[in-house]
Design a protein around this ligand. Structure first.
Ligand code: GLA
Length: 724
């Protein structure tokens, strides 16, 4: 049960496993006291003294200052020399915002955030804290939610300009977390196109460390996530704190160490790329940030995130619902197709048991390569003479569902749309700017652009009666300017773009409640909790090579759920790496996420085709366990030659275990891999070998993994609890 206890000036948010404590100090500064394992109660003095900020009763701002006080929402320019969470430019040119506690309210449930994706749920308690700068009348409402069933605290801030003068917000973080010590490692996820989310771990050191993006999206290069793990924390044991931003645009995630070894985490909108004119009486809502806490190592932290997103963020309709096994035409045909070819690919897919056929890029305008036609969402009649309707009907006649690809936020300079509305693209008048992948970004901050996007997507969905849409976004911002904003608001564009995107997504998911939207951004370039509020799955990476995917998927699961991770079996040699891997390994790895195919099934050998039929069936049979079970990462591809993970069903009666050995080794005895998440006293049969073991044998001694010789060898085992 989640509860919020108020004891005098102390607020204690907790459930059965975690506590979060804040305190109003004598001069109404709001101090952070604790986040971690559940406590019965806490005397705040030791924490405050340990960072040199005096004690609760004798604290004065004059004597102790703000510089050492652990704070909930620190600002700049008033004596705290650390990086702050809030910076404003007041009418008098000063940057101070002296926020002091005014009042607090406790309420049941989790409020929505206007215009932004956020966690939701009835089984939660929320604390609203009102802070105010008495001189400028700027108000900050801090929201904190604790959930019954997840070890997470959701936070956000709403600023309101209560003065008669305009002011400018130049930094508004969603989260600040002050910690009394720096004995942590920082973990972030970084990479690039086709190498998303590698895991980087290093000790916190004095000064700043962290990640940020300015490309307009949460990005391929970084993720809106960071974790702190004790030096001794492993995958299975030890303290870990995770922080994630429910946002899809420019962000900053910073961890800093200051005097007395106190650490501060900040997470929110990237303030270097941001400012916001807050006129008198107006409000600004920050995105939501989420903190999770685990004593079960990094694995426990990840499972806390997974469970939070599944229970409190992902679209309700798709949580727990079957996701069709799909075949996507991209790597099968690229731009080179016509109706007959697609129908023939679809027929072959249908014969193998595939449930959904997805036509990727190349069906509209005159798009035979990536140089043209984005924005002209009219079907290319030379390729599809019967239009979307006839193709979709023919696909459906094969017993398949029909889905398709769009990149609605983009425009090609060579398009009728651009010729008609050059000002709809993000640009700075008079500057040539650059295209990337021969395309420009539509200015999603504009209402007319939003309406156009909603209209084109709606028309396409209606014309095809598609039940699935792959929503792509393939370029970074450049030449950042909007013809719809006055000069003093140009720096609002990146955030207004994301608000526009969310508003469009909201309209479309409401208008098409039965359509399964899959996100994509050159692969996993905008795979973040913000998008997961609208789309229940996201194409994890354009890299479909099985060994690369071991790393990409391992890192992705640090904070994103396997059920949302689009993952497909593709052809060999792999189109991104040139590597040849066995089909069973490509299959085993693709099963780690939301399963499908990205190949031309007509080109498979007879053996591969019969393997495919069995694979589809296996994927369907084990979906419940893989998608909704608990994930335990067992061996890290960042640390050794092997990768292993296991998904265990909620009742611990079934598990799917995967082991991949990247490079074959001569004279190497098979690995013994310790499993996790099973019932120690239950007996399990490995379906593929018929062997039975007790859970404790498998977890504490290990399961032998005798893979074949050859690179990228793998094992896929199904474990089932048996009676005797
Ligand atoms: C991006 C996507 C791919 C594919 C292509 C089509 O790169 O990530 O999956 O859809 O666009 O152009």
């Amino acid at each position: 049960m989640a509860e919020i206890i108020r004891e005098g000036n102390l607020f204690h948010l907790r459930n059965e496993r975690i506590s979060y404590i804040l305190r109003v100090m004598p001069e109404n500064a709001l101090a952070h006291i604790y986040f971690g394992r559940r406590l019965n109660r806490l005397n705040p003095d030791p924490v405050l003294r340990s960072v040199g900020s005096g004690d609760t009763y004798n604290f004065t701002l004059q004597e102790c200052g703000l510089d050492r006080l652990p704070q909930e929402y620190p600002s700049f320019g008033l004596g705290d020399q650390r990086e702050g969470a809030l910076r404003v430019e007041n009418a008098d040119g000063s940057e101070a915002a002296d926020l002091r506690f005014v009042s607090a309210v406790i309420e049941k449930g989790k409020p929505a955030l206007e215009g932004l994706p956020a966690t939701f749920g009835e089984n939660a308690q929320t604390l609203r804290v009102l802070l105010k700068d008495q001189q400028s009348n700027l108000q900050a409402e801090l929201l904190y939610t604790v959930f019954d069933d997840c070890d997470a605290i959701a936070r956000s801030v709403k600023l309101t300009n209560g003065s008669l003068a305009d002011l400018r917000v130049t930094c508004a973080m969603s989260l600040c977390l002050d910690l009394p010590d720096d004995r942590w490692d920082l973990i972030t996820l970084s990479g690039s196109w086709a190498r998303e989310r590698s895991v980087y771990r290093r000790p916190l050191t004095p000064g700043h460390q962290g990640v940020s993006t300015r490309c307009g999206a949460s990005s391929l290069q970084q993720s809106p996530f960071l974790a702190l793990a004790r030096r001794e924390t492993t995958e299975d044991a030890g303290e870990a704190v995770g922080a994630a931003l429910v946002y899809s645009g420019n962000f900053t995630a910073d961890a800093a160490v200051y005097q007395n070894s106190a650490a501060r985490l900040l997470l929110g909108l990237n303030d270097r790329e941001f400012s916001w004119l807050l006129s008198s009486g107006e409000s600004f809502q920050t995105p939501e940030a989420v903190l999770v806490y685990s004593t079960e190592g990094l694995g426990g932290m990840s499972r806390a995130f997974h469970s939070l997103w599944e229970k409190h963020l992902l679209p309700r309709k798709w949580v727990g619902a079957h996701r069709p096994v799909l075949l996507n035409s991209w790597e099968a045909a690229y731009f080179d197709f016509d109706e007959e070819k697609l129908v023939s690919i679809a027929q072959s897919a249908a014969e193998a048991g595939v449930e959904l056929f997805v036509m990727d890029d190349g069906w509209f305008g005159h798009r035979n390569d990536d140089t043209t036609s984005l924005g002209d969402w009219q079907v290319d009649k030379t390729k599809l003479p019967g239009g979307l309707g006839r193709l979709a009907d023919r696909v459906r006649a094969l017993g398949l569902k029909f889905g398709l690809w769009m990149e609605p936020e983009m425009v090609s300079p060579d398009s009728d749309l651009y010729r008609a509305h050059p000002d709809w693209a993000i640009h700075i008048p008079g500057r040539a700017g650059i295209t990337s992948r021969h395309q420009l970004t539509l200015d999603m901050s504009r209402k007319d652009v939003q309406d156009f996007v909603v209209q084109s997507v709606s028309d396409t969905l209606k014309a095809s009666r598609a039940v699935y849409l792959k929503w792509d976004m393939n370029r970074n911002f450049s030449n950042i300017g909007s013809s719809a904003l006055p000069p003093e608001q140009q720096r609002e564009l990146p955030h207004r773009y994301i608000l526009g995107l969310y508003s469009v997504m909201e309209r479309l998911v409401k208008a098409f409640p039965d359509v399964l939207f899959e996100g994509c951004s050159s692969g996993g370039g905008r795979f973040d909790p913000g998008m997961l509020y609208y789309v229940p799955q996201f194409w994890c990476s354009d890299n479909t090579d099985a060994l690369s995917r071991c790393q990409i998927q391992y890192g992705t699961t640090f904070f994103l759920p396997p059920s949302a991770m689009g993952s497909h079996v593709s052809a060999v040699p792999n189109h991104q790496t040139g590597r040849v891997t066995p089909i069973e390994t490509r299959f085993a790895v693709a099963l780690g996420g939301c399963f499908g195919y990205e190949l031309d099934p007509r080109k498979l050998t007879e053996d591969e085709r019969s393997a495919m039929v069995a694979q589809v069936k296996y994927a369907q049979d084990t979906e419940e366990t893989r998608a909704r079970g608990s994930l335990y990462r067992l061996l890290s591809p960042f640390e050794c030659n092997d990768t292993a993970w296991i998904s265990v069903s909620g009742d611990q009666a079934e598990a799917v275990f995967t082991f991949v050995r990247a490079q074959t080794l001569a004279n190497r005895a098979p690995a013994l891999v310790k499993l996790r998440g099973l019932k120690a006293d239950a007996k399990y049969r490995v379906e593929e070998t018929g062997e039975t073991y007790f859970g404790d044998e498998l977890m504490y001694s290990g399961l032998l993994c005798p893979v074949k010789q050859g690179d990228a060898a793998s094992l896929l085992y199904t474990l089932k609890a048996v009676e005797e």
